[in-house]
Design a protein around this ligand. Structure first.
Ligand code: ZN
Length: 320
């Protein structure tokens, strides 16, 4: 298990991911996943280098590699729709051997192509959407931060929110570090502070608030639904929930399910907590909120297989 996870983590570039599958990484997955477990795979963007402008290269898989993954998985594994896998786990019904579920975080426009690929191979994926930040909504802040840093001129920028500090911008490394620093600030503060910081950056860059065109449109999401794909919630605005406080956290969790059900007319049962990584991004109180909002399962970004003993509101996933 640990060997598999470290191997997956090492395979950052899309080429590396193709290599992983060719070199037998999936055989390791199969050997290590007994039938009472399910490997919930966690994808983000499915794109080539053109996607690095909106998504970190570490969360991009090329369309060709993705097609190869699904061709392999659909022929060698039992790929289950996630809601079905969760229902079986929570009711202690047996899972088929080598059970796998496929999930995507965020709602990038390139996920439409991924949905078409899944449909081609006759399997269902769960797409966790940031409901208020689709292509006609609010800016999707993780992408917006990258765009704003790109738009800032000069060797450095001084921000005053949440406190005065100067970030160097002279080199590509400086700009990469600035994106990391600003992202951490957005994750570590309540929504009003996060949004004030973004407003300040927009003013400094001379860029108006605008929707993020690299996110899915509602029409694209409807097409994915018509292909049989499952839509899940990933909050309204990609908020780091523990930083938001209970009131805003509830609004983001309950609100995203409401928006998705109203706009799509489908049942929405699955949730994933945004901003996994170094920050604290889920807590027992948040698990309870997801349950109360009507979700039947919620996934984290912790690497591992989900078992009948896993908390269905803190399900482990395998990062791809
Ligand atoms: Zn996310």
């Amino acid at each position: 298990m640990n060997a598999l996870v470290s191997r997956l983590r090492r395979s950052i570039a899309p080429a590396g991911k193709t290599l992983l599958f060719r070199s037998g990484g999936c055989r390791a997955l199969r050997t290590l996943a007994p039938s009472r477990n399910v490997a919930i795979l966690r994808y983000h963007a499915v794109c080539g280098p053109e996607g690095y402008a909106y998504a970190d290269p570490g969360i991009c898989v090329s369309p060709e590699a993705f097609d190869a993954h699904i061709a392999y998985l659909s022929s060698q594994y039992a790929v289950l729709p996630l809601p079905e896998a969760v229902a079986r786990l929570t009711s202690r019904q047996p899972l088929p051997p080598n059970a796998v579920a496929i999930t995507f975080d965020d709602g990038y426009a390139d996920n439409l192509g991924a949905a078409r690929t899944l449909h081609k191979y006759g399997v269902v994926g769960t797409f966790y959407l940031t409901a208020d930040c689709l292509a006609d909504g609010q800016p999707f802040w993780p992408t917006e931060i990258k765009t704003l840093v790109e738009a800032l001129r000069g060797p450095a920028v001084t921000i005053t929110v949440p406190r005065a500090q100067t970030l160097p911008l002279a080199t590509a490394t400086d700009r990469y570090r600035a994106i990391k620093t600003l992202t951490k600030l957005c994750k570590g503060h309540p929504i009003p502070v996060r949004d004030a910081l973004r407003a300040e950056l927009r003013q400094l860059a001379g860029v108006p608030a605008a929707p993020t065109p690299t996110m899915l449109t509602w029409d694209q999401v409807r097409e994915m639904v018509s292909l049989g794909m499952d839509m899940g919630g990933h909050t309204l605005t990609h908020t780091n929930l523990p930083s938001a406080g209970p009131e805003d956290a509830w609004r983001e969790i309950d609100g995203c399910r409401r928006v998705l059900r109203e706009r799509l007319g489908v049942e929405v049962t699955q949730f994933s907590y945004p901003n996994g990584g170094a920050e604290r991004y889920h807590t027992p109180e948040l698990h309870d909120m997801a349950r109360r909002a009507g979700f039947t399962g919620a996934a984290t970004s912790s690497n591992g297989f989900t078992t009948p003993d896993s908390d269905p509101f803190a399900m482990e996933r395998v990062e791809i």
